[in-house]
Design a protein around this ligand. Structure first.
Ligand code: KDG
Ligand code: MG
Length: 401
């Protein structure tokens, strides 16, 4: 069998997505997600100009060899653009392998290790009172784990909170600007979780995303102040370029730490994992080199008691979600999977077999990934430029968003 064609499809059914569809001479096709929020066209160009030409004529069965060819062969290793492009190829090849075998991909990864994939929902609202009712709705839907984000008094807006049902940070062609105050934030967040625990009791699993905004000692203070509310994790407490910085957080708090949604490779988290500086690794199929590389990261993590907590925001397409679920179902050290529902338009463009039931997602039993792209429908939603916001401190200094 040979690859005869690879199409790069950019579509915007409510938000932008980049999808690679690989076609073989025997008519079997596979899909991979290549979406990089706010930088979609960079990955589309990388695929079109540099990857698609070398795929033509290759044997689609050689997944590892193709991965190494694209990674080592580029000479310029890693980085979000390269690794998202490699991920798309890798994911599509796993999809093809599953279809040829007549098996869902999780069977090729060793078979199921659990009945379903536990997912966490998002509860977000400007006030504490409204976030409590959002959490109630999640619990009513069957979720056992909820990420909680609220507005910060004194700040006009903050990460993760829209005040509306749907949260979408990328907007307009040029970045919006947010204003940040660590002092206001650190003062407010423990009050939020005190109220949540008082309302929902001790067993609901609670998570919170700091979104890279603190220094290690500030994160240590936050973690310690949240200890009475026993979170499942505090996410991205600091920007993670400085892996050594997590050691300082660890010395001061038992609040578990999750990190990794912006990581592209095992090298971004090697020290975090082997130093036992984190509890959950949140790398994703699309941004960390596909199923092949994600599994390599999770296998390393398993040796150090680190569990998976894969990123699953709406800017990762249903193709990525389907692929993630196959990995989640198979690996021994699964932790949690993020799940933000896509819009009905997105779900229509990407028909899929995965489904939600009682707090769990199930990838379904279709051969391959169980997801596809309706190219005709996708063509009706042209690309719209959109950017993620930029953050500034109150004095105007640029800060991590
Ligand atoms: O594109 C950026 C989003 O994926 C990110 O802000 C979402 O932090 C996020 C999360 O945990 O879902
Ligand atoms: Mg996050």
């Amino acid at each position: 069998m040979r690859i005869t064609e690879a199409r790069v499809i950019v579509t915007c059914p409510g938000r932008n997505f980049v999808t690679l569809k690989i076609v073989t001479d025997e008519g079997v096709t596979g899909v991979g997600d290549a979406t990089l929020n706010g930088r979609e066209l960079a990955v589309a160009a990388y695929l079109t100009e540099h990857v698609v030409p070398v795929l033509i004529g290759r044997d689609p069965a050689r997944i590892e060899d193709t991965w190494q060819y694209l990674y080592q062969g580029a000479y310029w290793r890693r980085g979000p653009v390269t690794m998202s492009a490699i991920a798309a190829v890798d994911t599509a090849l796993w999809d093809i392998k599953g279809k040829i075998a007549g098996l869902p991909v999780y069977q090729l990864l060793g078979g199921r290790s659990r009945a379903g994939v536990t997912v966490y929902a998002h509860a977000q609202a400007v006030s504490i009172e409204s976030v409590l009712s959002e959490i109630s709705s999640c619990v009513d839907l069957g979720y056992q784990a909820v990420r909680v984000q609220t507005g910060i008094p004194g700040l006009e807006s903050t990460y993760g909170v829209s005040g509306q049902a749907f949260y979408e940070p990328a907007s307009a062609a040029l970045p919006a600007e947010n204003v940040w105050s660590t002092a206001h934030y650190l003062d407010h967040v423990p009050r939020v979780f005190a109220a949540v625990r008082a309302e929902f009791g001790p067993t609901l699993r609670l998570l919170h995303d700091v979104h890279h905004r603190l220094t290690p000692i500030e994160a240590a203070r936050l973690g310690r102040s949240l200890e009475p509310y026993h979170l499942t994790w505090m996410e991205d407490p600091v920007p993670a370029e400085l892996q050594e910085g997590f050691r300082l957080i660890r010395q001061h708090t038992t609040t578990p730490i999750a990190v990794g949604e912006v990581f592209n490779s095992i090298w971004d988290c090697q020290e975090l994992i082997t130093g036992q500086l984190i509890d959950y690794i949140r790398t994703s199929v699309v941004h960390a080199g596909g199923i092949t590389h994600l599994r390599r990261i999770f296998d390393l993590a398993a040796l150090y008691h680190v569990r998976s907590g894969s990123h699953g925001a709406t800017d990762l397409s249903p193709v990525c979600m389907a692929a993630a679920l196959h990995v989640d179902l198979a690996i021994p050290n699964f932790g949690l999977q993020e799940y933000m529902r896509h819009t009905p338009e997105t779900d229509e463009v990407f028909p899929h077999s995965y489904h939600f039931e009682d707090g769990y997602l199930h990838p379904g039993e279709e051969p391959g990934l169980g997801v596809d792209i309706d190219e005709e429908l996708a063509g009706r939603y042209p690309y719209r430029p959109a950017a993620l916001p930029v953050n500034r401190l109150q004095d105007g200094t640029v800060h991590s968003w």
